[in-house]
Write a protein that binds this ligand. Sequence first.
Ligand SMILES: *Cc1c(COP(=O)(O)O)cnc(C)c1O
Length: 392
Amino acid sequence: MSAILGTYTRRKVSFKKGKGVYLYAHNGNKYLDFVSGIAVNSLGHCHNHMVQTIQRQSKKLIHVSNAFEIPEQEKLARRLTNNSFADYVVFVNSGAEATEAAIKIARRYFFSIGKSYKNRILCIKNSFHGRTIAAIHASGSKKMIEGFGPKVPGFDHIEFRNSIPRFLNLRKKIKKNTAAIMVETVLGEGGIKCIPNKCLRYLRKICDEKKILLILDEVQCGIGRSGKLFAFQYANVKPDIVPIAKGIGGGFPIGACLVNKKASIGMTPGTHGSTFGGNPLAMSVGNSVLDVILKKGFLQNVEKNGKFFKDELVKLKDKHSNKVLEVRGKGLMIGIKLSVDNIKFLNHMFKNKLLGVKAADNVVRLLPPLIIKKNEIKEAIKILDKTLGDFQ
Ligand SMILES: *Cc1c(COP(=O)(O)O)cnc(C)c1O
């Protein structure tokens, strides 16, 4: 009997250590980790630079309040703004908090320009923005909302289907009281569905036209996962607000919300805060992750390896076309849509020592650490080939 509240279905395995792309289990087995704590361990397990940073910083200073200046926080914010559309960053501790900050910033912007009636956020039905009371209503997923009433108002929904990669009736859905459109640049939990570049540019255009804000949730696809620092860079669009989290801490819980100057104007002292958000230890770790990711050639390598991985997976799809329906994604955020049951397939992958994670739409998500090497990708391809062959 476990004393942990039963909110997860857990695989019956636990790990004693990790190194690079490998996890070592208490059962004696070594696994190739293509979960990365769900797109979190961007530098793999126990990366030397990260470990040394944690050791060094934890001996100096771990936490002080945001009532004081925090140089490590200033540094991380500056690096994020220098490398993006953003002018400011606010730090929190998780993805849901980052998307909540995004919603608050958008509403507060319209409040501060005297249009507080503009407060509704238009999101994609069955997307994922986190598990807080507001974020589950933003996601609009019946499964996540059920039993957690009363309904939180302020969210409207549009459909996005991978098969018809455009938004139906988008113009009609934007009302006088709409403040912002909030979508994931690449839908993660929703089944690795990339919003096409053309579509993202259309969203920007319509937001400009209607004078509303564009929020791109890059909690999962941001910070190098897509092969660029931000996935929206592929489309050459500039969003107004971008929540990030998973990859930036490399395993240390960090969330952040990036915002341009225009959208930031409502966020005056006292309008937002977080006790833990942006503490010296977290910020040092975030900086250590960026030290690696922003190194010359690193992201190009992620993009290159992502292409290689995807090409190899497409070959597997052709070989096992009765089981693999589609290979999709960007960089090292890849999903394979199966015709066989994704959960059963993941169990089989596990038996063959490759870890993956499910997503909606019967997809198996493959999210290796960004530091993965070509030969490790080849090893995964071999296992997937074998698993597809064995699997009935
Ligand atoms: C994981 C995720 C979140 C929520 O992050 P938590 O840290 O679990 O709160 C929000 N948005 C997207 C796109 C995510 O993938």
